[in-house]
Design a protein around this ligand. Structure first.
Ligand SMILES: NC(=O)c1ccc[n+]([C@@H]2O[C@H](COP(=O)([O-])OP(=O)(O)OC[C@H]3O[C@@H](n4cnc5c(N)ncnc54)[C@H](O)[C@@H]3O)[C@@H](O)[C@H]2O)c1
Length: 308
């Protein structure tokens, strides 16, 4: 049985990854519970092949594992901007701490990177070869630049020490185990619609995003870990929607009485975001299978349950 470390294990993606990997592996889940919830790992706490450690990855830790999915880092702009120094430390110091252990253990290392490393892109859709458009001065840069540096750390550990490193550039993902108040588009809209509260659209709503359902993303992460690729790969859904479209679909699906209200666009909010996933298709034989309608139905069901 492989020993797999999942950092950020109590978060949205970490807990969905745990659900999939716990069937055949021993899972060590590390989380400081800053933007995740212990509720997300509650179903596993009594399983003999599961261990939860409350720990901040900025602090060193002594631990053995065969593979690590380094998912720790708040992903919602509202949450990662709350404590920007902590955010950048998580991506840089946290990654350095963990990759040193991976090197000693001869373990595989997958880093959860992000489409945000492309910043406000001038190339559309974004290919892995695009170098990005990020401003060091921006309030988003604690996240964007932290993730960019974490990628550099992985590339250097691979070149210098031969660590088996993989980088997943994850694009907006949604689904069960998102926090109901984490400020991300789909969780915001769904919760507001279910509670018949105003739906807040930032800007005019014509900015676009491409949303990937969580089950598809998790399959992609596992395929990347199992591959012999030591490079960065985009993982996301390339079906593009305006934010306004999403708000209207959610209102319709929930039969909500909510009205759409408009607020100022946050600073440096990207106008467009859509992955080119031809690399993942070719090298991993991976492609997302869940369209937005189906994924939203499942997500609305999840939030309906937790709001009861
Ligand atoms: N969900 C997405 O759409 C998306 C998109 C791009 C990238 N990502 C990346 O995927 C990873 C997981 O994202 P998510 O959506 O599950 O976010 P999340 O906030 O739900 O989960 C992150 C988890 O990491 C934990 N954490 C944060 N800082 C930590 C630290 N210093 N030490 C230990 N634990 C810490 C949090 O408590 C939380 O449980 C993140 O690294 C994020 O940058 C996610």
């Amino acid at each position: 049985m492989k020993k797999i470390l999942i950092t950020g294990g109590a978060g949205f993606l970490g807990s969905n990854l745990t659900e999939k990997l716990i069937e055949n592996n021993f899972i060590i889940s590390i989380d400081n519970l800053s933007s995740g919830s212990i509720q997300n790992v509650k179903p596993y706490l009594n399983r003999p092949n599961f261990q939860f450690i409350e720990h901040d990855i900025i602090q060193p830790i002594d631990i053995e594992f065969d593979e690590i999915y380094n998912m720790a880092c708040p992903a919602s702009p509202v949450l990662y901007q709350k404590n920007p120094i902590q955010t950048i430390k998580t991506s840089i110091i946290g990654t350095l701490n963990l990759i040193e252990i991976a090197r000693k253990n001869n373990a595989k290392f997958l880093q959860a990177s992000t489409s945000e490393i492309y910043g406000d892109p001038v190339e559309h859709p974004q290919k892995e070869t695009y170098r990005g458009n990020v401003d060091t001065k921006s309030i988003r840069s604690c996240y964007d630049e932290g993730k960019r540096a974490s990628e550099t750390i992985l590339f250097d550990y691979n070149r210098i020490y031969g660590v088996d490193t993989k980088i997943a550039r994850i694009f907006n993902t949604y689904g069960k185990n998102m926090l109901k108040d984490d400020g991300r588009v789909i969780s915001n809209f769904t919760v507001q619609a279910l509670l018949n509260k105003d739906i807040t659209v930032y800007g005019n709503g014509f900015q676009t995003r491409s949303f990937c359902y969580v089950d598809d993303l998790i399959k992609g992460l596992i395929k990347l870990m199992e591959s012999n690729i030591n490079d960065a790969v985009n993982l996301g859904n390339n079906e593009e929607h305006t934010i306004l479209d999403i708000a209207n679909i959610v209102i319709k699906k929930t039969n909500s009485k909510s009205k759409i209200v408009y607020k100022n666009l946050p600073c440096d909010d990207p106008k467009k975001r859509k992955p080119d996933i031809s690399k993942a298709k070719k090298l991993l034989n991976w492609t997302p299978e869940t369209n937005l309608e189906v994924g939203l139905d499942k997500t609305i069901e999840y939030f309906r349950e937790i709001l009861k």
